[in-house]
Design a protein around this ligand. Structure first.
Ligand code: 13P
Length: 238
């Protein structure tokens, strides 16, 4: 069994005072937590968070990166910059970026390749919309996204996060049977070594059930990662 990874995605939330939550989380988790722990804060907080957590088991990651190493791309952040700031991971292809910024699986693949080239672990997000699920297309949508978003020559660790779009920030969690079904298909598709996270309204109260489903190797947590109390409540259930 793969060691679980509990990853927090702060999205566009967090000011300098939010780093207090990280101090508090460090105290709660101690030196030997039950799972690997990652926080992906807004880019502006990343360097300070990496400095704070340097001697703790908490890792820090980016929420997105550009596919190019450097150059004329105003406002963008490269994978190399994230690594240089102390990141170990980067989320790519989050559904909010696929929707808000028109990212497609090809772009996501280039980003994942850039992440690997910079020595980062990409967390590649996939997931169907409600309309796609209702049309019976969930499995095929997810399979196609994985196929097209995965780096072609993968050297280095990769993580995949299954986040049904309709379960993100809605309080609606996919049923255990639906999660088990998609994760089994993903396992078949990508093989045994890749961690498969579930994301979408994971909270302390439902974490135990979700994290014990077969082929679920961790969680990608949005809202409940913003406070040390809730995030630790999830970590404890790993
Ligand atoms: P919520 O946990 O807020 O539903 O967000 C999930 C998510 O999108 C994590 O990337």
């Amino acid at each position: 069994m793969l060691r679980k990874l509990i990853a927090g995605n702060w999205k566009m939330n967090g000011l300098r005072h939010s780093l207090d939550q990280v101090s508090s989380l460090m105290q709660k988790v101690g030196k030997a937590p039950k799972a690997d722990i990652l926080i992906c804060p807004p880019a502006l907080l990343l360097m300070e968070m990496a400095r704070m957590t340097k001697d703790s088991p908490i890792m820090v990651g980016g929420q997105d990166c550009h596919w190019k190493e450097s150059g004329a791309h105003t406002g963008e952040i490269s994978a190399q910059m994230l690594a240089n700031a102390g990141a170990s991971h980067v989320i790519v292809g989050h559904s909010e970026r696929r929707a808000d910024c028109g990212e497609n699986s090809k772009t996501v693949r280039h980003k994942a390749e850039a992440a690997l080239a910079a020595g980062l672990i990409p967390i590649i997000c996939v997931g169907e919309t409600l309309a796609q699920r209702e049309a019976g297309e969930a499995a095929s949508v997810v399979r196609d996204q994985v196929e097209q978003s995965m780096p072609t020559q993968s050297k280095g660790e990769i993580v995949i996060a299954y986040e049904p779009v309709w379960a993100i920030g809605t309080g609606k969690v996919a049923s255990a049977a639906d999660i088990a079904e998609i994760h089994a298909l993903l396992r078949e598709q990508v093989g045994p070594g890749i961690r498969l996270l579930y994301g979408g309204s994971v909270k302390p109260g439902n974490a135990a059930e979700i994290l014990h489903i077969e082929n679920v190797d961790g969680a990608l947590v949005g809202g409940a990662s913003l406070t040390a109390e809730d995030f630790f409540g999830i970590i404890e259930n790993a």
